[in-house]
Write a protein that binds this ligand. Structure first.
Ligand SMILES: Cc1cc2nc3c(=O)[nH]c(=O)nc-3n(C[C@H](O)[C@H](O)[C@H](O)COP(=O)(O)OP(=O)(O)OC[C@H]3O[C@@H](n4cnc5c(N)ncnc54)[C@H](O)[C@@H]3O)c2cc1C
Length: 472
């Protein structure tokens, strides 16, 4: 078996692997990036972020058209082919592939198409599509193999009637009805996109409410919005059986005896790390009891020159932005380069319709840590831009400490929430005072004005608290 020597071998070309490879190459190292799929980019490009957001963009265009219903007759054709709805996907993916390949080439990263597995602590076997094997040796190994949808016993995903997030967009036609199992990010994002496209959506989840890790008020706005589109939530329900009736419907039976029928089903019940194929034991690595590779803050495993990064770590938030940072940090640490502070404030962006975004503490978390945090609210009905665009389904919450001065967090639901959050992120990182938002002139009309409205709300409450006579 031929052998090639590298400074760094990176396995997986998703956001984590790419950033790791480029960081290593920029530091002057000889780097090889291995990917088993024909294209570079990982799940992010082919099955996750980019395809789902492309479909979402179509749904949003349709929604904007519906808002101008006096001018256009906003109605979708029945049995609409998915290719029509995803008409921009090829272009977007090609543009991404081209940009990523260019970046790797420019930085001198060697790219190899094939499957990787560990042979020993410093050896990686590369098996190419023709079955040929080669051994690559490396001083540093970065594992960035991502994750895949979890398979759940009793729920037979056949990728035709019962689909998962890898196969949902391979449907040939837009279905009339869709049952979604799960109440997490992927479930809610697809639920709101399909509901807006006129699909009858039913979400079934074990939890009491969708997105349980997000601020209650924020989730309420989202839930009301999707219900207005005709979507239904069956919360606190357990699915006991899923079956295709052989003719036209998938039937989900619930523990309470109910049967929910729909044309298609999306199973979005979590993801599991891609670790089985890696032959971790050969390098002296093992998994923890949750099936994840244990790592420190830099992604360093029990074998100091082997690192793991991105979704394969199974740590929330499983986002492309976090994966990129994981990759960069791992290689920087391996090479003894400055890594920067540990990332404590990762903005969460959820591309439901309307969007949801969060940074820092929410109301419940702040109340658990401080006695009486002050919450400033800015409903988008009070924001001129919301009225003008017809996007009044929105709320921005500023969370301040009990003095009403220190910003602890920002929670947003509404149009552009995933962009707006970065203003809050910068303020939080700089330790900005709530008054900063009041002293700042925001453009008019903008959604960003919501920060000022929420800060003024805090100011009002702060004054009232100060006026209250202190208990003797
Ligand atoms: C439907 C959906 C929507 C999403 N939307 C968003 C969003 O809007 N914003 C956001 O930030 N994140 C989003 N995500 C999450 C985002 O896609 C992931 O966080 C990100 O892709 C993780 O990057 P990664 O590099 O860890 O892994 P991946 O992108 O999963 O890449 C891992 C790569 O490793 C390869 N690989 C695996 N094993 C081997 C092996 N043995 N040899 C060679 N190659 C191998 C795989 O083929 C894959 O290409 C979404 C995910 C899904 C599923």
């Amino acid at each position: 078996m031929p052998t090639s020597a590298y400074d760094i071998v990176v396995v997986g070309s998703g956001p984590a692997g790419q950033k790791a490879a480029i960081q290593g190459a920029k530091a002057g190292k000889k780097v090889v990036l291995i990917e088993q799929e024909p294209g570079i980019g990982g799940n992010c490009v082919y099955r996750g972020t980019i395809p789902s957001k492309t479909l979402r963009e179509t749904a949003l265009q349709f929604e904007r058209l519906k808002r101008s219903n006096e001018v256009f007759e906003g109605r979708l054709r029945l049995d609409l082919p998915m290719t029509v709805l995803l008409h921009r996907l090829d272009e977007v993916v090609k543009a991404h592939e081209c940009y990523m390949a260019g970046q790797l080439t420019r930085n001198g990263v060697t790219y190899r198409h094939g499957r990787a597995r560990l042979l020993s602590p410093h050896e990686v076997q590369l098996e190419t599509v023709d079955g040929a094997c080669q051994t690559l040796t490396a001083d540093t190994i970065i594992l960035a193999t991502g994750s895949r949808p979890s398979s759940i016993p009793g729920i037979p995903v056949d990728h035709e009637h019962v689909l998962d997030s890898d196969s949902i967009l391979s449907m040939i036609y837009l279905p009339r009805s869709l049952t979604i199992l799960g109440g997490g990010v992927i479930a809610c994002e697809y639920a709101s996109t399909f509901a807006l496209l006129g699909v009858e959506v039913t979400i079934i989840d074990r939890g009491k409410r969708p997105l349980p890790f997000m601020d209650q008020d924020i989730v309420d706005v989202f839930q009301r919005s999707i219900e207005r589109q005709g979507g239904r939530f069956y919360s606190g329900q357990t699915v006991t059986e899923v079956a295709w009736d052989g003719v036209s419907s998938v039937v989900a039976r619930l523990a309470n005896g109910m049967a929910v029928k729909s044309e298609k089903m999306l199973v979005a019940l979590g993801r599991q790390p891609n670790v089985e194929e890696l032959n971790l034991e050969a390098a002296g690595l093992s998994l923890d009891d949750k099936g994840h590779i244990p790592v420190n803050d830099y992604g360093q495993t029990a074998v100091p020159h082997i690192f793991a990064a991105g979704d394969m770590l199974g740590r929330p938030p499983a986002l492309a932005s976090q994966a990129m940072e994981d990759g960069r940090r791992a290689v920087s640490h391996a090479l003894g380069l400055p890594v920067g502070d540990s990332v404590i404030q990762v903005p969460i962006g959820i591309y439901t319709i309307p969007e949801i975004a969060s940074i820092g503490l929410d109301e419940e978390q702040a109340a658990a840590r401080y006695r009486g945090p002050i919450i400033g609210r800015a409903p988008f009905t009070e924001i001129a831009k919301g009225q003008i665009t017809g996007a009044c389904d929105g709320l921005l919450k500023l969370v301040a400490d009990p003095s009403g001065e220190r910003l602890l967090g920002v929670q947003i639901v509404g149009e552009h929430a995933t962009e707006l959050i970065h203003l809050g992120q910068m303020a939080l990182q700089d330790g900005a005072n709530i008054d900063r938002f009041i002293d700042t002139i925001f453009g008019f009309p903008t959604f960003a004005e919501a920060y000022r409205v929420a800060a003024l709300d805090i100011l009002g409450q702060r004054r009232k608290r100060q006026e209250q006579p202190k208990a003797a």
